[in-house]
Design a protein around this ligand. Structure first.
Ligand code: SF4
Ligand code: SF4
Length: 384
């Protein structure tokens, strides 16, 4: 018999959500709409019953057209046939006052092609709409509590314009997350949680205890960590699969939002969800490993190459290529791997590295604000 994805209660809403859900954010980056729709179709084929999108998930293409994640969801659901139960759609807006909330909600409903009130549909397919305040921070939360948007949102929810109200937020906003969870306005929230940054676990548990459904975002560590793991995967095993297993092991999370871009990824994530859950001991070991990696690569280059998309060193120094050896050296050193090969690679490109005149022009183009000239000097010191 075909194994099916397990489901967990979405707090006390009465909905039951598959342990892995589809994050549609990255679909905007694909070259064609067809590819994005194919990923959504695959997720639905696999039984996934929650798709996570947002008003802000859009990207301008070279021909000037806009690729919007919400529109992809609309097109996919309109074409998809054979769903026997409502699909839960999460979308998010930046409306932190009444006027902006109304505007964003209206736009999202239009872009998603949502029809009806209370009984919501997209292209004839029944849906439940979870509407989020996207990315609340302390300032935003204080203003939201004062300007009436929370009660306004509650009224619109009662009128059936959306089914559940929620919010998303990030590390560093613990105070307002705590307050918002306790405020009784929200039925669903979305927070980051992963083996590299498990710090919001207590708030996730608080939400769970309050009967709020929790969507786990950034389970793989966020974009910066994804590129970093390419560097350290040869030294220690905190693979994509392990990271997903880590998130799935939390009993307080309803579903892990797997931000897929390709059909292979969603296939792999669903296969991982079918594996036995990690034990507490295994999770703690992974956290320990991730902590070691995090500490020894603190402030090192992640090889994301985002800087090179916008900037060219006037001395023709390909600094990410050189700094990649610096990061590898740090990890190899921490995990007692041989470092002679890394040194040899550096010697082969040392001439280029020494062309750096420490002008510092590259610094502002680094996504992570690294002190690149200083790192290049450190590389020369360690690997010469
Ligand atoms: S220097 Fe910064 S932006 Fe460039 S590849 Fe390294 S981490 Fe990324
Ligand atoms: S600091 Fe070095 S690597 Fe950066 S732009 Fe100047 S010369 Fe190039």
């Amino acid at each position: 018999m075909k194994q099916e994805l397990k489901r967990r209660p979405l707090g006390t809403t009465g909905e039951h959500i598959t342990e892995v859900s589809l994050g549609a954010m990255n679909l905007r980056t694909l070259d064609t709409e067809v590819e994005g729709i194919a990923v959504i179709n695959k997720a639905l084929d696999l039984g996934i019953n929650l798709i996570d999108t947002a008003r802000g998930y859009s990207e301008e293409k070279p021909d000037g057209s806009l690729r919007e994640s919400e529109v992809l969801v609309k097109k996919a659901l309109t074409e998809y046939k054979g769903l026997t139960e409502p699909i839960v759609i999460v979308t998010k807006g930046h409306g932190y006052d009444i006027e902006a909330f109304d505007r964003d909600l209206k736009t999202s409903r239009e872009k998603l092609g949502i029809e009806g009130q209370t009984k919501l549909t997209i292209g004839g397919t029944a849906i439940k709409l979870v509407y989020f305040f996207h990315g609340i921070s302390q300032d935003r939360w204080v203003s939201m509590k004062e300007n009436g948007v929370l009660d306004h949102a509650k009224t619109l929810q009662e009128q059936g314009l959306f089914t559940y109200l929620g919010f998303s937020s990030h590390n560093g906003h613990e105070e307002c997350i705590d307050d918002a969870i306790k405020s009784d306005y929200f039925q669903v929230i979305e927070l980051p949680y992963n083996v590299f940054a498990p710090g919001l676990e207590d708030l996730i548990k608080l939400a769970y205890d309050k009967g709020i459904g929790v969507i786990n975002m950034k389970a793989f560590g966020g974009n910066g960590m994804v590129s970093k793991t390419e560097v350290f995967k040869q030294y220690c095993d905190i693979s994509t699969q392990k990271r997903l297993q880590f998130a799935l092991a939390s009993p307080y999370i309803t579903t892990v939002d797997a931000g897929c871009k390709f059909i292979e990824e969603i296939n792999e994530d669903v296969a991982t969800a079918m594996l036995p859950k990690l034990s507490k001991v295994e999770c703690d070991q992974l956290i320990g490993l991730a902590k070691r990696v995090g500490e020894c690569t603190e402030g090192t280059c992640r090889e994301c190459t985002h800087c090179l998309e916008k900037f060219e060193c006037p001395q023709d120094v390909n600094f990410p290529k050189i700094l990649a050896l610096h990061t590898r050296y740090k990890i190899a050193n921490e995990f007692d791997y041989e470092i002679e090969t890394i040194k040899k690679k550096y010697v082969a490109i040392r001439e280029e590295a020494l062309k750096c005149v420490s002008c510092g022009l590259c610094k502002e183009w680094c996504e992570y604000k690294l002190d690149i000239p200083k790192l290049l000097q450190e590389t020369q010191y360690l690997l010469k």
